[in-house]
Design a protein around this ligand. Structure first.
Ligand SMILES: Cc1cc2nc3c(=O)[nH]c(=O)nc-3n(C[C@H](O)[C@H](O)[C@H](O)COP(=O)(O)O)c2cc1C
Length: 239
């Protein structure tokens, strides 16, 4: 299996958590005997090449972070330039995946489009709206839907190195092996990978408390270091 992989983060490759996750996914894919080519949405100079490849391959994986409960704007801008497969890939131009219909006429091949949706906050539930949208998106682009690997708790990947980073991203290698084997994230193990949909009440209480104290202080210190002179609760446009 060969896949076109698109990192949908607007963050440049070096700083992108999605890229570090993809590092592990592709490691697993290679172990399953699959190959891939990876592109970055953050680099507009690659957009023409991504479009060109989008219309040729049989497997596409779009990996994206959740940004304000949504698809990142830059990825959306790119996706709006993609023609649905049936329009962009006429049957006679279709590559290896071109299939014959029962009546002998040629049909347009439909690549399998899968997604990896990852986020900072850990609870699975906040990613479900995005997941439902991505399933629709696959249909809108004329692709067969290959499922979405959904996982939170990824805020700190780029802040860590070596062993600490491995603790967070290491587990994605197994998902890569499955994707390399199936060309999809429909296996039961991928569904379980998300973890808890909602934390138990005492944990939610603890996290709420942490955000009001420790996290608030660290955000304020960070803002001061970056030269912010107003409090973070300031509402300059709300006055
Ligand atoms: C502008 C922005 C908005 C974000 N919005 C959310 C959000 O709504 N929910 C969430 O869980 N994480 C949110 N995050 C965290 C990212 O999803 C998370 O850090 C992700 O791993 C970033 O991947 P990237 O470095 O490849 O862009 C946001 C991050 C940024 C920068």
């Amino acid at each position: 299996m060969h896949a076109l992989i698109i990192n949908g983060s607007p963050r440049v490759k070096k700083y992108s958590n999605t890229d570090k996750i993809l590092g592990k996914i592709t490691e697993g894919m290679k172990e399953s005997g699959s190959s891939y080519e990876q592109f970055e949405i953050s680099d507009r100079s690659q957009w023409d090449s991504i479009r060109e490849r989008f219309y040729c391959v049989d497997h596409i994986l779009i990996a994206l972070p959740l940004y304000v409960e949504c698809i990142p704007g830059l990825l959306m801008e790119f996706l709006e330039t993609i023609e649905p497969i049936a329009k962009a890939r006429p049957a006679d131009a279709a590559s290896t995946a071109s299939r014959s219909a029962a009546d002998g006429s040629e049909t347009v091949s439909r690549p399998k489009l899968s997604f990896l949706l990852q986020s900072g906050f850990a609870e699975g539930i906040q990613l479900r709206c995005g997941e439902a949208y991505l399933e629709k998106l696959a249909g809108m682009l004329g692709c067969e839907y290959g499922g979405t690997l959904v996982k939170g708790d990824n805020f700190s990947i780029r802040l860590f190195e070596d062993e600490q980073r491995e603790k967070i991203v290491g587990k994605y290698a197994e998902m890569g092996r499955i994707y390399g084997r199936d060309g999809a994230f429909t296996d039961e193990a991928c569904k379980k990978f998300t973890g808890p949909e909602v934390f138990p009440f005492p944990i939610r209480l603890l996290i709420g408390l942490m955000f009001k104290t420790l996290a608030k202080k660290s955000f304020n210190d960070m803002a001061k270091k970056w030269g912010c002179t107003k409090p973070l609760t300031d509402r300059p446009y709300g006055k």
